[in-house]
Design a binder for this molecule. Structure first.
Ligand code: MN3
Length: 191
């Protein structure tokens, strides 16, 4: 089956002023679309054409892994955000964060550190690993899906995610992601 580009879960200008419509026009409309197009080119006429996206990510390597994982990672990232999101979660998410990291402030500090210290392109993640919350970072297209972890939240730290709105200020983009964009209801549903 052909891999499809899922619709954005909000309007292209809905995350402004934190993430502009121009960023989403390129990041979703060009980058994410290109990963979908490339994945379909690579699976066409092969046994992978019969697999779903998660199966491809878990079994592929090389160029197919890079493109398919980037399709999955970006869809996951769009759903990790919502207009008017961010701030401190409640309920089971907050309980899990406090159990794993001590406090929400400690979580923020550790997540930001992972996002800032991912050298070059990649992702910062909150995951469940063996039932325990962990913060991990991955390089390029790499994804917790390929490592037996359950992804809960991600922040894209490729420069294309923030360069239009923040230029080189990755720290400001990550702080804005945590303070204004995180969709904690989605994180709760993923747990
Ligand atoms: Mn990206």
């Amino acid at each position: 089956m052909a891999i499809e580009l899922p619709p954005l879960p909000y309007a292209q200008d809905a995350l402004a002023p934190h993430i502009s419509a121009e960023t989403l026009e390129y990041h979703y409309g060009k980058h994410h679309q290109a990963y979908v197009t490339n994945t379909n080119k690579l699976i066409d006429g092969t046994p992978n054409a019969g697999k779903n996206l998660e199966e491809i990510v878990k079994s592929a390597d090389g160029g197919l892994f890079n493109n398919a994982a980037q399709v999955w990672n970006h869809t996951f990232y769009w759903n990790s955000m919502k207009p008017g999101g961010g701030g401190e979660p409640t309920g089971a998410v907050l309980d899990g964060i406090q159990a794993a990291f001590g406090s929400f402030a400690d979580f923020k500090q550790k997540f930001s550190e992972a996002a800032m210290t991912q050298f070059g392109s990649g992702w910062a993640w909150l995951v469940l690993d063996g039932g325990k919350m962990k913060i991990v970072k991955t390089a390029n297209a790499d994804t917790p899906l390929a490592h037996g972890q359950t992804a809960l939240l991600t922040c894209d730290v490729w420069e294309h995610a923030y360069y239009i709105d923040y230029r080189n200020a990755r720290a400001k983009y990550v702080a804005t992601f945590l303070d204004h964009l995180v969709n904690w209801a989605e994180v709760a549903a993923r747990m």
